[in-house]
Each structure stands twice: as C-alpha cells, then as structure tokens.
Design a protein around this ligand. Structure first.
Ligand code: HEC
Ligand code: HEC
Length: 299
C-alpha cells in the first residue's frame, strides 16, 4: 500500500492524525549513480530474494515482472523484437540513481503524456516502452496492450518498488537524467563525426566499434543501433534524452566523467545511425510541438 499522507519530515504524528514519514532518501533507496560495474547486479529491493514477499499469486506476478524487466527479449519474445532488456537502460532493475530510476514512480500515474497527447496509466507507459524501446511493433498481431500479461506483471513489479511512496508526489530522483536547458547545444551545431571519435575513445571497449555490445563477464550492453536496437520512435532515439542517459550513467567504469557537451556529441553520433522504424510516428506530437531533438521525425 502506498502511504496516503507521507508529506512531513520526521516520524511524528501530525494534528490530523496522519503518521508522517521522512522524505524519500536516494542513498537508502537507490544504487548510487557513481558506482561502477561492480554493482551491476546489485538490486536494493529484489523480489527473487525478498522473503517478506511470500508466495501469493501477486508475489509470483511481481517476481515474473522483475524477470521480464531484467531479461525482456527472453521472457517476452513475442512483444520485444530487439535484443534489449528494460534494465539495459533502467540500470539495476530500475533502482539506480540517475539511470532512469522507477522507484516511487508508480504513484505518479495517471499523468498527461505529451508525445501521445493523452493521459497515461502506468500500463500505457509500459506499452510505449514495449512498442518503441523494445521495438515491439514488427508483428502487428502480437503487440503489447495494457492488458498483456507481461505488461501487467511489469506494472506489478514497478508498483512493488513504489510501495511506501506517496501517490502524486514526485520522488526527488525523478527526471534527473536531463542536461540543463542552458547547456543544450542546438541540434544543427552538433557534430556526429566528433561524437564518433569520442565514442571510439570512451565506449568501444564495451559496446564495440559496431555498437552491438561485447560480453564483459556476465553482462552485455544492448545494441546501440542497427536492427536489434530500440526503434526511431523511442525516447532514447532523441538526441538530448539519450545524452541525458549517457551523461550520468556511462562510461560504466567512470559514470559522470563526460561533459554535457561530450554526452551530446556522442548522442548525435548514435542517433545518426540507422535503427528500426517505428510505424506510428505520424500519430505522435499531434497536440504538442515536435521536440527539436526528435531527429528521426519528418519536419
Ligand atoms: C566498462 C564497460 C562500458 C563502457 C566503457 C561503456 N558502457 Fe555503456 N553499457 C555497458 C553495459 C554493461 C550496459 C548495460 C547495462 C546493464 O544492463 O546493466 C551499458 C548500457 C548503455 C546504454 C543503454 C542501452 C544499451 O545499449 O544497453 C547506453 C546508451 C550506453 N551504455 C552508452 C554508452 C556510451 C555512449 C559509452 C561511452 C561514453 C559507454 N556506454 C561506455 C557497459 C559500458
Ligand atoms: C533504450 C532505452 C530504454 C529501454 C530499453 C526501456 N526504457 Fe523505459 N524509458 C527510457 C527513457 C529514455 C525514458 C524517459 C522518458 C522518455 O521516453 O523521454 C523511459 C521512461 C520509462 C517510464 C516512465 C518513467 C517516469 O518517471 O515517468 C517507465 C515506467 C518505463 N520507462 C518502463 C520501461 C519498461 C517496463 C521497459 C521494458 C519493457 C523499458 N522502460 C525499456 C528508456 C528505455
């Protein structure tokens, strides 16, 4: 259950009778953004090992949701046509600071979604990640819907890691994967070739010169471009969104070491590459302006 009145600062009983909670603390809830591959498999709240979860049908759904999240192409082959797991981008199973963390996020839905121009439930947001980041639109008769059992199970997992957070209150770590607006470089001034040089220097040891990823122990990054990568309608196909991801989580052995400019040049390089086409791009951004960094969209 989410706490209904967790607005206060300390564990005091307020005049209203509500038990107030301390505000969410990133240090306790998330794997730090500065940690390296040593913590690649660290998951603060892991349903496979958490005994308090029990063995109810809901508990089994949460566990499968976690497995879907961390091993998407294998667990949901009909809905995910790339070679990329949710947790390749949402690191540490969505529990790492500044790597698109999802802890405490469930209570923010329903929420307006600019790209689609309508209000999204959590399951709608997950469907979007299947269609776009997982490139799950290649087979029109097997496409994720809000009722797909895989989507419902992942929502159960995200709900579970959001337990105890106040509904309607942004967790303090949400939305921290962005480059500050005054540091954004206009798209036409970014230089994909300069980004390619940086990529060869800083990224190929793990991602390969072909961007397809190499095995490092039991970890392999997903393809950054090409037919098995996310499609051109994904958030990560936008230059500034991708730069924000890279800026705070990569290179994996020294996250945070790139400058805002370097992250943007590298993102320009990655988004200059071919990737699968999202077939419904014409239905996006009908009620809000096309963002400048949505470079795969027709202007
Ligand atoms: C030491 C190895 C290493 C280096 C160096 C590295 N990465 Fe990664 N990267 C990974 C691993 C491993 C993952 C998958 C993370 C996971 O599943 O926990 C990843 C994930 C990513 C992702 C998410 C999508 C995907 O394809 O998995 C992006 C984007 C990314 N890296 C970009 C970069 C960029 C850009 C650089 C260079 C600035 C870089 N990385 C350097 C290991 C590395
Ligand atoms: C290629 C990288 C990538 C992959 C793979 C990916 N996501 Fe995402 N996800 C993002 C980005 C980037 C955002 C931030 C919003 C955007 O699209 O601009 C996001 C946002 C979200 C959000 C909303 C978070 C919030 O704070 O509102 C949810 C929920 C989510 N993803 C779930 C998933 C699930 C579930 C999967 C697997 C089925 C998945 N994602 C796979 C990149 C990815």
């Amino acid at each position: 259950m989410r706490v209904g009145c967790a607005l206060g600062l300390t564990l005091v009983v307020a005049a209203t009778g509500c038990t107030r909670q301390a505000p969410p603390n990133a240090a306790a809830a998330l794997v730090p953004a500065t940690s390296t591959m040593v913590t690649a498999w660290e998951v603060p709240k892991n349903p496979l090992t958490d005994r308090s979860l029990g063995d109810s049908p809901t508990a089994r759904e949460i566990r499968w949701g976690y497995q879907l999240f961390t091993n998407t192409p294998k667990e949901a082959p009909a809905l995910a046509h790339g070679q990329i797991a949710c947790s390749n981008c949402h690191l540490n199973a969505g529990q790492r600071d500044r790597a698109l963390p999802l802890v405490g996020v469930a209570g923010m839905f329903p929420e307006p979604n600019k790209r689609s121009g309508r209000t999204y439930q959590l399951v709608d947001r997950i469907v979007d990640c299947f269609w776009r980041s997982e490139n799950g639109t290649a087979t029109p008769d097997a496409i994720a819907t809000p009722a797909s059992k895989e989507v419902v199970a992942i929502a159960a997992y995200i709900d579970w890691i959001s337990d105890g957070y106040a509904a309607g209150h942004n967790p303090p770590w949400r939305g921290h994967n962005t480059i500050a607006a005054d540091h954004l470089i206009p798209i036409d001034r970014l230089d994909a070739a300069a980004g390619g040089t940086l990529f060869n220097d800083r990224c190929t040891s793990c991602h390969g010169a072909d961007g397809q990823g190499v095995w490092i122990g039991d970890k392999k990054a997903a393809p950054l471009w090409g037919p098995a990568s996310w499609n051109d309608g994904a958030g990560a196909a936008r230059v500034y969104t991708l730069a924000g991801m890279i800026r705070y989580s990569m290179p994996y052995l020294d996250p945070g070491s790139l400058t805002d400019e370097e992250a943007q040049q590298i993102a320009a390089y990655i988004t200059s590459k071919p990737r699968p086409e999202y077939p419904f791009k014409a239905k996006d951004y009908l009620s809000s302006p096309l963002p400048a960094d949505a470079v795969y969209y027709r202007r």
